[in-house]
Design a protein around this ligand. Structure first.
Ligand SMILES: Cc1ncc(COP(=O)(O)O)c(C=O)c1O
Length: 402
């Protein structure tokens, strides 16, 4: 029985059927429990967490605390007091990068990374604050860890890497990258936007010092919040300063990590939704969900690749495990000869209600390595509520184009 069958959720899909294959942008639908918790927190609780002592405010605070504990468990039983909730992954990555780096630091990033890390790093490099090396990836979007080791310099402080490419789905060998950084007394920042919720991994196994992920992608939570975890002992300057509901008579930001990283009123409905999502993920098992999504993507990749004039980018072995760079997440990118990717995306929706993303996918460097500089790719990304029918639909629609 599939995850979709078990929940019965597909029965509630609006008509006409929308074949949503853009889960790498944001997952949809969410588990029903997520929508319920999200709405309830806004409609019934309606209070700011960590600010007051009336009943609903305490309840709001308890939700945030439970969410911290659930995320800490998800990352491999890390300290919940080192889990902060920025308003998304982009903000979390900026907080990590700007909060950590100092003048003269050298940073190693990869060509497969997302602009959410590459742009803040380039910003700092262009202003002479840091030096930046971007190591290349191969034609599937995979990074050879040896290239990171070779790029190491005495001033290298940080390795940054998107765990899974949002363009090809390729999973990097995070464990090897983290090991390289640690062996040289450097730090490792893992952008887990496309892996957390798809691949079972822990902060420890990946030798990660900082992990960032959004709530709204593979964690199946709402947009509006995300995760920033930093190992104990890592001091981040707060990028955003303001009210925290604590030490309010002081002009200085508090020392406690969560307060320091969470100035401003938290998005309680998003946290309630994320808490419900972590429960759902635990019940279904991330391993099972990831295998299912990878299986759908591998099936689509094999069948699309068999159509004349279609080029599938990356490798999509439906490996049962994808922990350390062996396989991919539920993403398949392709091009269709004679069509611009944007045209393909528009036609897929017209022909079959298939909703995909096209273009460069907010990843500035990878396309030169994939050979997709002229227009990028068409990207289909499969979530736990997609089925084999969705694969059939996209394959049939692309066949029609050809
Ligand atoms: C690898 C990766 N990192 C970071 C982000 C940024 O996430 P958000 O847009 O939710 O802030 C994305 C979004 O697509 C991504 O794919």
């Amino acid at each position: 029985m599939s995850v979709a069958d078990e929940t019965g959720y597909e029965k509630n899909l609006p008509e006409p059927i929308r074949r949503y294959l853009d889960n790498a942008a944001t997952s949809w639908p969410k588990p029903p429990e997520v929508f319920t918790a999200w709405e309830q927190a806004g409609r019934v609780i309606g209070a700011a967490a960590g600010r007051a002592t009336y009943r609903e405010a305490m309840e709001a605070d308890a939700i945030r605390t439970r969410c911290r504990a659930a995320v800490a468990r998800l990352l491999g039983d890390v300290d919940p007091q080192r889990v902060a909730f920025p308003a998304g992954a982009t903000l979390g990555l900026n907080m990590a990068i700007h909060g950590l780096l100092r003048s003269g630091d050298h940073v190693i990033a990869t060509a497969a990374d997302h602009n959410a890390t590459l742009r803040p790093l380039t910003w700092l490099a262009d202003r002479g604050v840091i030096e930046l090396t971007i190591v290349p990836c191969d034609g599937a979007g995979r990074v050879d860890p040896d290239l990171v080791a070779q790029a190491w310099r005495p001033a290298t402080r940080l390795v940054v890497c998107s765990h899974a490419s949002n363009v090809t789905g390729a999973v990097q060998d995070a464990r090897a990258l983290g090991q390289i950084a640690h062996d040289r007394d450097g730090l490792f920042l893992l952008d887990a936007a496309q892996s957390l919720g798809q691949i079972p991994f822990t902060a420890d196994v990946c030798h990660a010092d900082l992990i960032v992920a959004p709530s709204h992608k593979w964690l199946l939570g709402p947009a509006g919040t995300g995760i920033l975890w930093a190992r104990s002992g890592i001091d981040l300057d707060p990028l955003i300063q303001g009210g925290t509901g604590s030490a309010s008579d002081s002009l200085a930001m508090p020392a406690r990590f969560t307060d320091r990283m969470e100035a401003g009123t938290p998005d309680l409905p998003a946290l309630a939704g994320l808490l419900a999502a972590t429960g759902w993920l635990a019940a279904q098992s991330i391993d099972a969900i990831g295998r299912r999504c990878r299986g759908l993507a591998a099936n689509a990749a094999a069948r699309l690749g068999a159509i004349a004039g279609v080029r599938v980018i990356g490798t999509h072995a439906a490996s049962p495990r994808a922990e350390h760079g062996e396989a991919s997440v539920g993403i398949v990118s392709f091009t269709v000869e004679g069509y611009d990717p944007a045209e393909v995306a528009a036609l897929l929706e017209q022909l079959a209600g298939v909703q995909v993303r096209s273009g460069f996918h907010c990843a500035a460097c990878i396309h030169a390595h994939l050979g997709t500089q002229s227009g990028g790719t068409v990207r289909a990304s499969f979530g736990p509520f997609n089925t084999g029918d969705d694969v059939d639909a996209i394959v049939a629609a692309v066949q029609k184009l050809r």
